[in-house]
Design a protein around this ligand. Structure first.
Ligand SMILES: Nc1ncnc2c1ncn2[C@@H]1O[C@H](COP(=O)(O)OP(=O)(O)OP(=O)(O)O)[C@@H](O)[C@H]1O
Ligand SMILES: [Mg+2]
Length: 463
């Protein structure tokens, strides 16, 4: 993953064209949605380059992606998140309840996003101090393996020569140990280290749940004021290295600076992806579990409009956070959302229904296309799976047909079809009965699937 980050140019500098090109590697078609998302992302960067007085006024282009199920809405969001260095969170609108009801309140989105950003920034800082932390950790382990000689404290004048000799000796041994340590020869050796014992349980008992939900974790607030209880534990050198490097890194990074940077990053480039927003839209049923739908929208409104949310790291302003919502809108329409919320999502993009040709591409093109996945899976058992072009076309055709006849679930259909098609191969792969090479051509696809496709009741269950 870190590799990935380095190979792609810094997201803040990715142009819309480059963003679309990156997305193309994973998502087939849906150009309009990709373009809108790319523009919105680039606008974040543009805003930060704009004159300071204007910067405050430039609002994010919040987007609603509308499209039937299984055509790539969530997939676009997932890929965007990996492409950008911006703090990103994806939530499902249906998971939230109105304030006062049992369940998550919408402000937790911002708290989670901030938490994520803090970890992200700290991770970066930790990478920066990594070498230093490694060094310090090494010294600490060496100290544990070979306690340093207290210089001259006990040495008498007469013994001075002797002491220097001892010191030199120790240094020598230390260097040898260091070499062994670096080669991993000591990894299995047990040593004793002091670890902070896990928390003061009392604090958790007094801290009411709601406070914790608010992100005001008492232990975090007061934990640092109380002396940490330490506990001596026996661990291997390898484990100690992980623990102590981490500890040293913690000491080296400036917590406050990291938090400040994280909050800034959330406020200026944070992205919240709200999936399934249609589930909280419209359908004004007078009673029942739906009463809180509109309430969730009302709670969402200030956050999308811009407000301050209290997190355990401090206030976070949401004015410039980018919101991307998505939904199938089968039953409800975007116009069923409360007007104020509609107004905060000025950009609407529709994703198109996928065609058979799209299916062919989805099966083969994306970096982790289904066919590549299955080929790799059975290859681990020594079975070579090969798909002919007409075989792939036939899979796509069957998917289209079943989607049309039973229910259109978009590209998800490909998953069910592939598992059915390859069931025997997947089952037999480790056994004697297996074939070492399986050629999936149109013929095979038809013979495996035809009877199921023809029988509508059967396909309803299986495909
Ligand atoms: N355009 C596409 N290109 C590549 N793969 C796709 C595409 N559309 C869908 N898929 C595949 O289908 C699966 C389902 O897609 P996705 O989760 O994006 O659906 P969705 O549009 O969010 O649907 P829903 O409205 O049901 O949430 C994904 O795992 C993805 O692999
Ligand atoms: Mg989805």
């Amino acid at each position: 993953m870190t590799n990935n980050k380095k190979s792609t140019p810094n997201q803040r500098e990715l142009t819309p064209r480059e963003i679309v090109k990156e997305l193309d590697k994973f998502v087939i078609g849906q150009q309009q949605a990709k373009r809108s998302v790319a523009i919105a992302l680039r606008n974040r960067w543009r805003r930060l380059q704009a004159p300071a007085d204007l910067r405050e006024e430039i609002m994010p282009n919040n987007i609603i992606m509308i499209g039937p199920t299984g055509v790539g809405k969530t997939e676009i969001a997932r890929r965007v998140s990996r492409l950008t260095n911006a703090p990103f969170i994806k939530v499902e609108a249906s998971k939230f309840t109105e304030v006062g009801y049992v369940g998550r309140d919408v402000e937790s989105i911002i708290r989670d996003l901030t938490e994520y950003a803090v970890n992200m920034v700290k991770g970066e800082h930790r990478d920066e101090v990594g070498d230093k932390a490694d060094e310090q950790c090494e010294e600490r382990i060496l100290d544990l393996l070979l306690p340093p000689v207290r210089k001259r404290q006990s040495a008498t004048v007469e013994a001075e020569g002797q002491t220097t000799h001892d010191e030199a000796d120790t240094l020598n041994t230390r260097d040898k140990l260091r070499q062994k340590l670096r080669n991993g020869q000591l990894d299995g050796k047990m040593i004793e280290i002091d670890l902070p014992s896990s928390g003061a349980p009392l604090m958790q008992v007094i801290g009411p749940v709601s406070l914790e939900e608010m992100g005001l974790n008492l232990q975090d607030m007061f934990g640092n004021l109380m002396p940490k209880k330490m506990k001596r534990r026996k661990v291997t050198v390898a484990e100690a290295r992980t623990i102590l490097t981490n500890e040293e890194a913690q000491k080296l990074i400036d917590h406050d600076a990291a938090v400040k940077e994280a909050i800034q990053r959330v406020e200026n480039s944070g992205i919240v992806f709200i999936d399934e927003i249609d589930k909280i839209a419209g359908n004004k049923s007078p009673a029942g579990p739906d009463v809180s739908r509109e309430g969730v929208q009302r709670d969402l409104l200030p956050i999308v409009e811009g407000s301050n949310v209290l997190t355990k790291y401090g206030m976070v302003r949401t004015d410039h956070i980018l919101f991307i919502a998505s939904g199938a809108f089968h039953v409800s329409k975007p116009s069923d959302l409360i007007p104020e919320l509609q107004g905060r999502f000025p950009i609407r993009v529709e994703l198109s229904v996928l065609t058979e040709d799209d299916f062919v591409q989805i099966l083969t093109k994306p970096k982790a296309a289904l066919i590549k996945q299955y080929t790799a899976l059975v290859a681990t058992e020594g079975v070579r799976l090969e798909f002919t072009p007409d075989g792939i076309k036939e899979i796509a055709r069957v998917a289209g047909e079943v989607n049309e006849q039973v229910e259109n679930i978009g590209a998800r259909r490909l998953h069910t079809i592939m598992t059915t098609l390859l069931e025997d191969v997947l089952f037999d792969a480790p056994d004697e009965v297996r074939q070492e090479k399986v050629l999936v051509d149109a013929e095979l696809v038809r013979s495996r699937l035809a009877s199921i496709v023809r029988n509508r009741d059967l396909s309803r269950y299986i495909l």
